[in-house]
Design a protein around this ligand. Structure first.
Ligand code: SF4
Length: 344
């Protein structure tokens, strides 16, 4: 039995979930070449490689990487080209570039920072990697929270706060931190990673022989496939609007926006959306082009024209002619107000 498993079994904590998880880890934790060696460099390299790579593929890359650059000094001394060549096939090359730059930062500092804050300050190192490296290499009491952890905790504790919101992130980070057993952050973080990756998987989790099935909320309430919850992000739609401010004898035409769309009930000048500009019997002068206006879930790009026909044109139903001086009495969308202020 490898030494990390023995040490783990000797130091079990008292919390039910944590104890069961650590026990499970001692039995089923994956044998990975960077495990149990406590070398911050080796751990860091593995974490960066595994950020967007499956473990089977990542393992080979890690071995090759460690063979060519066995120390952080060796990595720092390499050329970027060489690092990128070795990275070839893994994709997301910014990871390799950041890692190379961070290796130089580390060498300049005289070694790895030994705090989460210090690790976090390295190029390309986020909260998760800082906690993972800090706990595994230096025993820092920091919970590493990633997708696996969200899934396991949301299911086991029946938490339906969306994981892709600030509130969700805070909730799960706080819970993981609370569960962290004293002196065993490294084992706990690795146990959560392995358990989420191999047992409590997104689809078809192994509830039948799950070590925490007895206390799993999702299992007992039939919500496994509903947890974790993700808030649907509405796609930001882009709309192109062309407004024509028609001026005739000190009068201008406005219409009231209909129900069922943005700015319901507000007033605006002649609007053309997704169509050709109308013939108003005079040239159209572009006053402002491509004015960007951002609304929730929508980006508006507006062109604003001025038309000064000699004869008042016939406009579609719903347009009313008002005295230009009275325009301030009408409730206008902010974008329209902005455009009107640009009029000569
Ligand atoms: S019982 Fe199933 S859903 Fe609950 S923690 Fe275990 S594997 Fe995950």
């Amino acid at each position: 039995m490898p030494s990390w498993r023995e040490a783990l079994l000797r130091n079990m904590s008292e919390n039910g979930f944590t104890t069961a998880l650590l026990r499970w880890f001692a039995q089923y934790g994956r044998e990975l070449p960077w495990r149990g060696i406590g070398d911050p460099y080796a751990i860091w390299v593995s974490e960066v490689i595994l950020q967007q790579t499956r473990i089977e593929q990542g393992r080979d890359y890690w071995l090759r990487f460690m063979e060519r650059f066995p120390t952080v000094e060796a990595l720092a001394a390499a050329s970027e080209d060489e690092v990128l060549r070795l990275w070839q096939g893994l994709g997301y090359y910014s990871r390799a570039r950041n890692m190379h730059a961070a290796a130089r930062q580390i060498v300049e500092m005289g070694g790895f920072p030994r705090s989460v804050k210090g690790l976090r300050a390295l190029k390309g190192v986020g909260d998760y990697t800082a906690a993972a490296v800090g706990s595994m290499a230096f025993g820092l009491p920091a919970a590493a929270v990633d997708g696996n952890v969200y899934r396991v905790l949301s299911r086991h504790y029946g938490i339906d706060v969306p994981i892709n919101t600030t509130r969700g992130k805070r909730t799960f980070e706080a819970l993981a931190q609370e569960l962290l057993p004293s002196g065993q952050a490294s084992a706990f973080n690795q146990a959560m990673m392995d358990f989420g990756a191999t047992w409590c998987t997104p689809r078809l989790p192994r509830c039948i022989d799950c070590p925490v099935a007895g206390t799993c909320e999702a299992l007992h309430t039939g919500r496994i496939d509903q947890l974790p919850v993700k808030e649907k992000k509405l796609k930001v739609k882009e709309r192109r609007l062309s407004y024509i401010y028609v001026r005739n004898g000190g009068m201008t035409a406005l219409h009231r926006r209909p129900a069922g769309d943005i700015w319901q009930g507000l007033w605006e000048p002649l609007l053309v959306e997704d169509g050709p500009l109308p013939d108003l019997g005079c040239p159209l002068t572009l006053v402002a082009g491509g004015v960007k206006h951002v609304l929730t879930h929508r980006i508006l790009l507006a062109d604003f024209y001025l038309a000064e026909p000699a004869v008042r044109p016939v406009l579609p139903d719903g347009y009313v002619w008002i005295n230009e001086r009275e325009i301030a009495d009408y409730a206008l969308p902010r974008l329209v107000e902005k455009l009107i202020n640009k009029l000569p």
